[in-house]
Design a protein around this ligand. Structure first.
Ligand code: AMP
Ligand code: MG
Length: 338
């Protein structure tokens, strides 16, 4: 049978990577202005940015990630003032924004009357997720693009999040227009997501700012999204952050043929073991987490044993990611991942 020639899709790109210097940022802003999508460093993980005011650009982000369209994106802006053009902040949310922005905190609030972020970025919801990142490249890119940027993590839906430009290239090769290489992300965990909807504020996702630090300034506990439906936290169910290898959590020793993700040196000096933090520092463990999962997975062993990690401070988010990475997966089912 004769094969028809199929023309390549519009502007679907190459594997171009540029250093995140002035020239790279200018080119990234140009690409975004032309409707393209660009991977860029933030302090949390690498993001995949497009014009948050453009349905077409946002559609390209969902397509490149194979992300389910009901899972909304975080909009990144350069300042609190820019955030207030897009969202309506109750007094307490404003208090958190002033204390923790720029930084790894995302606030979900009702959209402002004149909001320009498109409905697709909000997955059609009457809420909007906003964040001001602190990474200088992220801030420079938002300013140079001159518009809010929709940016989920720069990985295919359900995969381990990227903390280097090389991780992005491995996962999204050929599906995006440009990668800005700004080195390794310092926090290494996605942002903490808090929703101000009806009722008390809800912790939708533990992340780079510990729950206790937020509760300390609020003077009260955050409600838990555990038990709420996907109506509130659409991206937080099922398998996610999943390496190819199986994960065996809370392991106290290594079995034959396993790789090891250690914490505090309990596995001892063994082959195929990486220690998230020999000195039991949770910030160091968070910064190493996704990078070490990538490295151990590349060994090609069937199982990664994971040492117990305390649940306090950033340990809540680390354990959250590990639990999802270990969850049973149904290949081909992209549901509930980001
Ligand atoms: P990612 O962009 O991959 O880091 O994931 C963003 C997270 O924020 C996901 O868990 C989303 O479901 C969540 N999120 C984004 N926008 C909203 C929103 N409007 N309401 C509730 N959750 C949201
Ligand atoms: Mg993600």
């Amino acid at each position: 049978m004769k094969r028809e020639f199929v023309a390549p899709g519009p502007a679907l790109a190459t594997q171009k990577t540029m250093d995140a210097d002035a020239a790279g940022i200018a080119e990234a802003a140009r690409v975004i202005g032309a409707g393209g999508i660009v991977a860029f460093p933030t302090e949390t993980v690498y993001g995949l940015a497009g014009d948050a005011t453009s349905d077409a650009a946002v559609a390209r982000i969902y397509a490149a990630k194979a992300r389910p369209e009901f899972n909304p994106l975080i909009t990144h802006v350069a300042s609190l003032d820019a955030a207030r053009e897009q969202g309506v902040f109750p007094a307490e949310a404003l208090h958190l924004a002033k204390l923790f922005w720029p930084g790894p905190l995302t606030l979900v609030v009702p959209p402002a009357p004149g909001a320009t972020v498109c409905a697709a970025a909000r997955a059609g919801r009457q809420t909007i997720a906003l964040r001001v990142p602190i990474h200088p490249v992220a801030l420079a890119l938002i300013s140079a693009a001159g518009r809010p940027l929709a940016a989920p993590s720069a990985n295919r839906s359900g995969q381990v999040s990227p903390v280097t430009a090389a991780h992005v290239a491995q996962d999204l090769s050929g599906a995006i227009d440009l990668i800005l290489d700004g080195g390794r992300c310092s926090v290494g965990l996605e942002s903490t997501v808090i929703a101000y909807l009806e009722g008390p504020p809800l912790l939708l996702r533990p992340g780079g700012i510990a729950r206790a630090d937020i509760e300390a300034v609020l003077g009260h506990a955050l409600a838990d999204s555990a038990g709420t439906t996907t109506l509130h936290s659409p991206g937080m169910l099922h398998s996610h952050y999943a390496p190819r290898a199986k994960l065996r959590l809370d392991a106290t020793e290594l079995a034959e043929g396993e790789a090891g993700l250690d914490f505090g040196g309990i596995f001892g000096a063994r082959k195929n073991v990486l220690d998230l933090s020999a000195r039991r520092d949770l910030a160091e463990a968070a910064a190493n987490l996704f990078s070490f999962l990538h490295d151990l997975d590349a060994l090609g062993l069937p199982c990664i044993a994971v040492a117990p990690i305390p649940r306090d401070g950033l340990g809540e988010a680390i354990n959250d990611r590990l639990t999802r990475a270990a969850a049973p997966r149904e290949r081909g089912d992209a549901g509930f991942k980001s």
